[in-house]
Design a protein around this ligand. Structure first.
Ligand SMILES: Cc1ncc(COP(=O)(O)O)c(C=O)c1O
Length: 377
């Protein structure tokens, strides 16, 4: 498939040639654990579905194409994808991480990998000097989320990738933006990661994770770990993520349109103390957002007057469902302090107790605004 195709075209076709055997337009779901061999080691490219499965191969090629990388890898969840990256490291290695991340990422790093001798520095990734000062001779990985979950802070990917010493890998969790809004490898990142549970899948029906990258040696190491550790997705989930990606660019346009309208509505609402959305002029990194993103996405965070007001609001919406997760076509609302980010409560960066996070879906924006208005009454 030509790399020169636009993203909209790649999203529908890359990795997904019609099935040569039958002509099926949609990639078959190869629901099989193993593959027959004509003699030991003689097979058609697949031996066992942990090591490789044709439906997963199609998803991995698709991910590489839409992230402008050479290689893709798919996992059973977003955390499994991050886990695979950390397994590249050795005890004593040092990792710099932004100090506003998904709660599960914090939990994986500090409660699992710290026990195996990895050392983490949690740094404000919006402060280039602070990140530069955090590098030590042991630093092997700079891990960024942009926009962050849940405070929607950006990382200046180009500046940070340039600042990282040559032997430091730069990884970007691109879950909130998706490749429709930004492609971190083009800004100098070494590895891009997604929870494909979110915008890539887009329909809240599959849990998954992916990595994309360019370097062949690094790919071989990660591919080895993917098989050696074994947190791979099943073929049905790969199929669902691929089907979701076909409409990614169209969905992201609507998510971004709705997100901006809702952020503006909330900014004018007397019950809302602060609205955080990269598309608003009031966002401290709005200029950077315009520079490195093609749209601002569907995630909007707000701070209300009190934790009680936040809990009241999230319990009163009718269209916005109170649920963890994000990135689906349907709108979701949640209270990070008691839900997605409960695991950061004892961290150096607990989330605000009055914070509410919205995942704005692609319903009609007037209906969504009416729902929020009545919930805030
Ligand atoms: C930014 C971000 N990264 C990683 C993850 C983890 O992904 P998963 O839940 O698919 O393991 C999430 C989940 O919410 C997330 O929001």
């Amino acid at each position: 498939m030509s790399e020169n195709y636009h993203l909209d075209t790649l999203a529908i076709h890359a990795g997904q040639e019609p099935d040569p055997a039958t002509g099926a337009i949609m990639t078959p779901i190869y629901q099989t654990s193993t593959f027959v061999q004509s003699a030991p080691g003689e097979h058609k490219g697949y031996e066992y579905s942990r090591s490789g499965n044709p439906t997963r191969t199609a998803l991995e090629e698709l991910i590489a194409a839409i992230e402008k990388g050479r290689y893709g890898l798919a996992f059973a969840s977003g955390l499994a994808a991050i886990d695979c990256v950390l397994r590249l490291l050795n005890p004593g290695d040092h990792i710099i991480v932004g100090n506003d991340v998904y709660g599960g990422t914090y939990r994986l790093f500090e409660r699992v990998y710290a026990r195996y001798g990895l050392k983490f520095s949690w740094v404000n990734q919006t402060d280039l000097e602070a990140v530069k000062n955090a590098f030590t001779p042991q630093t092997r990985l700079l891990w960024l989320e942009t926009p962050t979950n849940p405070l929607l802070a950006l990382a200046d990917m180009r500046a940070l990738a340039d600042a990282a010493p040559g032997d430091v890998l730069v990884g970007v969790d691109n879950t909130f933006a998706s490749p429709a809004l930004q492609q971190p490898l083009t800004f100098g990142a070494d590895i891009v990661m997604h929870s494909s549970t979110k915008y890539l899948g887009g329909h809240s029906d599959a849990v998954g994770g992916v990595l994309a990258l360019n370097d062949e040696k690094l790919y071989n190491e990660l591919k080895f770990l993917q098989n050696a550790v074994g947190s791979v997705p099943g073929p049905m989930d790969c199929f669902l993520v691929m089907r979701g990606i076909k409409t990614l660019t169209v969905r992201m346009e609507r998510h971004s349109y709705n997100g901006l309208q809702i952020a503006r509505f909330l900014e004018d609402h007397h019950a809302v103390k602060q609205v955080i959305y990269p598309g608003l002029e009031s966002h401290p990194q709005h200029e950077l957002a315009k520079k490195q993103m093609n749209g601002f996405g569907g995630m909007v965070s707000i701070i209300l007057e009190s934790p009680e007001a936040a809990k009241r609001m999230v319990s009163r919406t009718k269209l916005f469902a109170l649920a963890e997760s994000l990135g689906g076509v349907e709108s979701l609302i949640e209270h990070p302090y008691s839900m997605t980010h409960a695991s950061t409560a004892n961290s150096p960066f607990p989330v605000d107790t009055a914070l509410v996070r919205l995942s704005v879906g692609i319903e009609h924006v007037d209906d969504l605004i009416a729902d929020l208005r009545q919930a805030l009454e």
